[in-house]
Unconditional design. Structure first.
Length: 257
């Protein structure tokens, strides 16, 4: 009996330690993901796209299109990062740490070189891009106009109801956001984080971070876009990235999830 009882207790302790370790890994990954996404996305191209489109079109449609693109991109990035876990963790951990240090130094250099009104150029670029898409949309409507008339008024009303969230505006918000996000710093950061942290924590934290930034852009619109100092956000972002790189000196590669 003593043998049996002594065998059960260590297993129970190991299970508790494993659960605590998993929870800490998830929380650490969540906090890391949400913080780097916020400092990467505030004042970024995708932020301006959501802000400007929300001024012109239905905010809910713009938010739905942008969030679908960002959610899909976050999941893809986490999958790319998680795929690298077949490599021994000690290598991915220190490679990702080096990348964080490079990102941090680069962001600090960019931020210190920026002028206080640096974001205006990107804002104007996004405005021109959206204007171009609007013109293409108007041309498409003109070309499709006669066929809609032939179809008769009876089919037009149900079509609008069914396509409320799959409207051209939804597609435009989704496409512009997805293309702007592909290869962006936040995508690369999510891949790097997923390679070294708990992938579920990174996925949830990244998605929440995108929700906060995009929601702020949609609600505040151009006013917030003009008030945000891209220079300040970039410098803070550089410090955050360097802090994650510096933390590797105190955290073992085997810790976490």
């Amino acid at each position: 009996l003593q043998k049996g009882s002594s065998a059960v207790v260590p297993v129970h302790i190991v299970n508790e330690e494993s659960a605590d370790k998993t929870n800490l890994g998830f929380i650490h990954a969540f906090v890391a993901a949400i913080s780097v996404i916020i400092v990467s996305e505030l004042g970024d191209k995708t932020f301006f796209i959501a802000a400007i489109m929300a001024m012109r079109y239905n905010r809910l449609t713009v938010l739905a299109g942008a969030m679908l693109a960002l959610g899909l991109m976050t999941c893809l990035s986490v999958l790319f990062g998680y795929a690298t876990t077949v490599i021994p963790r000690v290598y991915t951990y220190y490679v990702s740490t080096a990348l964080f240090a490079i990102f941090g130094i680069r962001m600090l250099r960019e931020g210190l070189k920026m002028s206080p009104d640096e974001g205006q150029e990107e804002l104007e670029e996004v405005q021109a891009e959206i204007k171009k898409k609007d013109e293409e949309l108007q041309r498409t409507k003109l070309l499709n106009g006669p066929s809609d008339v032939e179809a008769g008024p009876g089919t037009a009303i149900p079509q609008k109801k069914w396509l409320h969230f799959i409207s051209p505006i939804f597609v435009q918000a989704f496409t512009l956001t997805f293309l702007a996000e592909w290869g962006d710093r936040s995508q690369l950061t999510t891949i790097v984080l997923a390679a070294r942290e708990d992938p579920y924590g990174v996925a949830v934290g990244g998605t929440v971070g995108h929700c906060l930034c995009t929601g702020l852009a949609v609600i505040g619109g151009r006013m917030i876009a003009q008030k945000i100092s891209v220079r300040t956000v970039t410098i803070i972002g550089g410090i955050v990235f360097l802090a994650f790189a510096f933390s590797a000196l105190f955290i073992s590669p085997d810790s976490g999830f």
